[in-house]
Design a protein around this ligand. Sequence first.
Ligand code: DQA
Length: 163
Amino acid sequence: MKIVVIQGPNLNMLGIREQNVYGPMKLEDIHGQMKSYAEKNKLEIEFFQSNLEGEIVDRIQECIGDADGIIINPAAYTHTSIAIRDAISAVQLPTLEVHLSNIHQREEFRHKSLTAPVCAGQIVGMGPFGYHLAMVGMTQILNEVAAMKQHQAKAQAAAQAKA
Ligand code: DQA
């Protein structure tokens, strides 16, 4: 099982940008924690960060046939990007949206997420721990999907044996 983690614009500046909002932790340290969770749980994980909308759209599209789930923080594009929303919707993979800050508590323009309605869930306001919660949530989703597929395969085999 493979999870792709996609990080939007300015998240490469974590640890430098607005520490009062986003905290002192660097993106590479957040990714380090996610990687060790993945290793412990026998999951494959890949990380991608871009400041460019089109590159994020491309990376989401590349997940088809490559990934089982996506964890994404679209950052400022959350509030503006129909293109990223459409890409998430197009690939039909379980997707969790993460925001370090509580976007609902901040400026009004951050309250609306264009991407959340096409995601399985949204985690906000938990700082870097939100990414850990997303890993736990995604593991649960992937286990449920695998169990459902196994159940369907069994039911199909039983139906074929009867015919
Ligand atoms: C953010 C919230 C966005 O509104 C903002 O543009 C970001 C970071 C967060 O993780 O809290 O860049 O996605």
